[in-house]
Structure formats: C-alpha cells, structure tokens
Design a protein. Structure first.
Length: 184
C-alpha cells in the first residue's frame, strides 16, 4: 500500500526558476528537503557514459526519474513531519508531454497513486535569475514551455497551485513557511 502524502510538499516549475536555491535555504532553516531526482541522474549517467539523459534518451531518463521519485515518496510519506520535495511524480506527466513520450499511461497512474499535499508551490519562469549550466541545457523558451507543461499536469491532477513570488530567497522562504504551516 502506498502511504498518503499530505506531509509531502512539492516545489516545482521550469528549470532555473530558483527551486533548488529556495530548498537549500529551507534546509538551512531546519526543514527536511528531498533533492530533485533529475540532476542526480544526470550526474550519474554522465559519470558512466550512460544514455538516460534528457538530450540522449529522454524516455529512459524519465523512467529513472519515475523510479527514484516513487521510492522517495514511499520513504518520506511514512515519516512524521513535513518534507519539501524538489519536484514530484506529477512533474513526469508534464515531462512526457514536453518531450513527446507517447507511451505514458504508467506515468499518469503513478501520479494518481503517489500523491502529495494538495498545495503545490510553483516557481514561475524568472529571466533575471535564469542561467544555463552543464546539467541545465534548456534555453529560455524551453524553460518557459517546461513550466507550462508541469503546471498544467499538476492542475489537471487536481492540485492547488500556489505561485511563489519573484522575490529574494528570504522572502520566498517566508512565503513558503507560512503556506506550509497553514496546510499542516
């Protein structure tokens, strides 16, 4: 049986919108955080010369993310207290749309089974802070399109989307803390 995830809060959005920076600040403030699966998979695949990467084999990359995200959900949903996730299983529904994965029914089923708190925090595209790096190779227009696909997936799955303010990290963190406290 898959445990309920009311104590699991997702921070999501397109690449380069400040999600990871916000969650690093939350961890420093004492919150328990779960890092994004995608970046870890990229690092590992690059280290072994693997092809399960967004730009090489996006279907294999999505499967690895799904597996890791489901395991993280099961691990932390059974624990007490709140956890802040850098992305969640429903992100993969949006990712499948983004890259055109047609055989995606199991991603939808996983998103229906592995639920998070209904409040989902969206980091909107923010051009002033967007930068590309070795693991974030999307250009600005793809980052915006990614945001749209992910936001639509969460919305269609019935989550309440709460947009994070385009503000310094301390303000974003205070906003997040207030919303999480209300939800618990």
């Amino acid at each position: 049986m898959i445990p309920a995830g009311n104590n699991l809060f997702v921070v999501t959005g397109g690449p380069g919108a400040g999600k990871t920076t916000l969650l690093e600040a939350a961890a420093t403030a004492g919150y328990r955080t779960v890092p994004e699966s995608g970046r870890a998979i990229i690092r590992l695949q690059e280290a072994i010369g693997g092809r399960a990467l967004h730009y090489a084999d996006s279907a294999a990359y999505a499967e690895l993310m799904l597996d890791r995200d489901m395991q993280n959900h099961q691990l932390f949903a059974a624990s007490d207290g709140a956890f802040l996730f850098d992305r969640g299983v429903p992100d993969l529904v949006g990712y499948c749309r983004l890259v055109g994965i047609e055989d995606a029914e199991h991603f939808y089923r996983a998103a229906e089974l592995f639920c998070y708190n209904r409040k989902v925090f969206l980091a909107p595209p923010w051009r002033d802070i967007y930068v590309q790096d070795n693991q974030r190779q999307q250009d600005w227009s793809e980052a915006v399109h990614t945001f749209e696909c992910i936001a639509n997936a969460y919305s269609e799955l019935g989550y309440d989307l709460i947009e994070l303010p385009l503000a310094p990290v301390a303000e974003r963190l205070a906003f997040l803390e207030d919303e999480v406290a209300i939800a618990l």
